[in-house]
Design a protein around this ligand. Structure first.
Ligand code: OAD
Length: 256
């Protein structure tokens, strides 16, 4: 079924993507901030992005936190406030439907996002490479807690040991969570289809999964508003909002 106004090339790209997904025994998906844009969450780069007028080094590094923890917490608390009201969009739900349509273990969702929206949409096998904004981690006793539904002070402290808490997210110059990264690498090298959604594909090591997938013989499908660093590795590019592209793709898979 072609959407009205589509070029022949665009319809052909959808059909190629659907046929790649149909025959893939295992699928891995890498998502970035773009998949949550239609839920009202800002992306990082570009006009209106979180990094516009904000130096990454001032808010998203361990050095920034040591220098001025209140400043860093104000930045993250502003983002945490959004979390309490934000809802998954049609793109998130389409990815959940895709997982649902596959045998257990044949679908892995790898995300750079910290917003928890993939879980809220119903995906189950999720690897959060950059942590989760709803959680806090104690800088003293290392206890991790889910405080998603609470407003926190600008310098929250651990109720157990009194040390300062930090958001349980990965900052620049920090390693990714070991287990999630190992599982992401394994899922990437085992898949026949690697779907890249809503990421500028410039932050490593996450972006490196795209070339690993390609080197291991997977077909790469990109979904984005525009071509990115991932495009040269992609077998197919579907350009437009993921909240429209992904449901259409899933619908095509259902109807055949
Ligand atoms: P970016 O802000 O770098 O890129 C967002 C991408 O989403 C861009 O390529 C946009 O074109 C695309 N996009 C925007 N709206 C979209 C929509 N409705 N549908 C589809 N695509 C859309 O965000 P990330 O690639 O996620 O890391 O950034 C990667 C990492 O850099 C983040 O996890 C974060 C950041 O600094 C840390 O904080 C460690």
């Amino acid at each position: 079924m072609a959407a009205s106004g589509d070029s022949v090339e665009k319809q052909a790209a959808f059909e190629t993507a659907a046929s790649i997904i149909r025959v893939a025994e295992r699928i891995a998906v890498l998502t970035g901030a773009g998949v949550s844009a239609e839920s009202g969450l800002p992306t990082f780069r570009g006009a209106g992005g979180l990094w516009e007028g904000q130096r990454v080094e001032d808010v998203a590094t361990p050095f920034a936190f040591r220098r001025n923890p209140e400043f860093v917490w104000r930045f993250y608390n502003a983002r945490r406030t959004n979390l309490r009201t934000v809802r998954p969009n049609a793109g998130h739900f389409a990815l959940a439907a895709l997982e649902e349509s596959r045998p257990a273990g044949a679908f892995t969702l790898i995300t750079q996002n910290v917003d928890g929206l993939h879980r809220a949409a119903g995906n189950r096998r999720i690897l959060e490479l950059h942590g989760n904004l709803g959680r806090v981690r104690c800088t003293g006793c290392a206890r991790i807690e889910d405080r998603r539904d609470e407003a926190l002070d600008d310098l929250p402290r651990c109720e157990r040991c009194g040390a300062v808490l930090r958001p349980d997210v990965v900052w620049f110059h920090e390693p990714l969570p070991e287990d999630s990264w190992a599982e992401a690498e394994a899922a990437t090298s085992a898949c026949q289809c690697f779907l890249v959604v809503g990421t500028s594909a410039i932050v490593y090591p996450a972006a490196g999964l795209i070339s690993s997938a390609q080197c291991n013989g997977a077909a790469v499908i990109e979904v984005n508003l525009e071509p990115t660093e991932a495009s040269r590795l992609a077998d197919v590019g579907l350009y437009g909002p993921s909240g429209k592209i992904l449901p259409r793709l899933v619908e095509m898979l259902r109807s055949t």
